[in-house]
Design a protein around this ligand. Structure first.
Ligand code: R5P
Length: 302
């Protein structure tokens, strides 16, 4: 029997995992004292040795300390192996020093996570300059890919799709989805000058006017990347693009800004709970967790 803990906001994913594993599902108390310090409490102290915490790591700064305290409580109450399912894994975009005086936060965050957990499962982490998570994480990790599920959604919902990746980093997702969906694809060039200052160059797309453009990216954060691309495609006379992101980070009013910019449907996977969630990845996660917890600790590798 495996114990599954749902961190706040992760109930649906944790329920699917618990049902799939016939596990014990716990909903710990996680709240703040009036002074802002974190309070955590397990709602059940009889645990199985194998514990899985489900916690998508968007807005990681506010989540990480409660998570660390919970893992401490679990180990004090008999948990021997504690894994984390983080459908969205944060702190991967600072994968090098861009300006003097910075540090590579992705590496430090990976060390913190690796220190408290025994293994990690995530979906489509933003691996740009890292070839794999093993370059930053010292615990066994498994990466799941949303591409086949995105391709299926496109095949069922979009007529004559033309898949478009807004930058070279998105090429890995766009090409995989295009192949699975049997659709043509284009990858654009992007220059990012600042958090919200993005320029995207679009080649001549006139010959694709009879297609439905489908933008695919891993993360939609400020949505500037998608907004810029939507503007170019509109000016080129293409129909309103369907905008698909794996991870619905949507900083501030990004979702509303993307709608206002003329996007067609905006669709995301449910790695982060959001109104745009249409692509269900919870079953895929549950299958991976079931496989993972059945592996004896010493055989997990990396
Ligand atoms: C960047 O390299 C990623 O693949 C996404 O294109 C990026 O995170 C999107 O960010 P934003 O929504 O802020 O433009």
């Amino acid at each position: 029997m495996t114990t599954i803990l749902a961190m706040p906001g992760n109930k649906a994913a944790a329920e699917t995992i618990a049902a799939n594993l016939h596990g014990q599902l716990l909903h710990p108390t996680v709240r703040r004292f009036p002074d802002g310090e974190a309070y955590v409490r397990l709602d059940q102290t009889t645990l199985s040795p194998d514990v899985v915490i489900v916690c998508s790591l968007d807005r990681p700064d506010e989540k990480f300390l409660p998570l660390a305290f919970l893992v401490a409580a679990l180990r004090e109450h008999g948990a021997k192996r504690v894994g984390v399912v983080a459908p969205y894994l944060a702190y991967l975009r600072q994968d090098r020093v861009f300006q003097p005086g910075e540090t590579v936060t992705s590496r430090h965050f990976a060390q913190l996570v690796s220190r408290i957990f025994d293994w990690l499962i995530t979906i489509d982490p933003h691996l740009h300059r890292y070839g794999s998570l093993a370059e930053a994480y010292s615990i066994p990790t498994q990466v799941l890919k949303a591409a086949p599920l995105i391709a299926r959604w496109i095949a069922e919902n979009v007529d004559s799709p033309l898949l478009i990746g807004p930058d070279s980093e998105s090429a890995q997702w766009v090409r995989a989805v295009a192949e699975d969906a049997g659709a043509p694809s284009l990858v654009l060039e992007k220059i990012r000058r600042g958090d919200k200052d993005v320029e995207v160059s679009v080649p001549d797309v006139g010959r694709w006017r009879s297609h439905t453009p489908v933008l695919v990216d891993d993360i939609i954060s400020t949505a500037r990347t998608m907004i810029e691309t939507v503007g170019h495609l509109k000016r080129a006379g293409l129909p309103p693009p369907v905008c698909i992101g794996v991870h619905a980070v949507f900083a501030g009013g990004a979702y509303e800004a993307l709608q206002a910019a003329g996007a067609g449907r905006i669709v995301t996977a449910n790695t982060i709970v959001h109104a745009s969630n249409r692509i269900d990845v919870h079953g895929m996660i549950a299958d991976a967790v079931r496989h993972y917890v059945s592996i004896p600790a010493g055989n997990m590798g990396q």
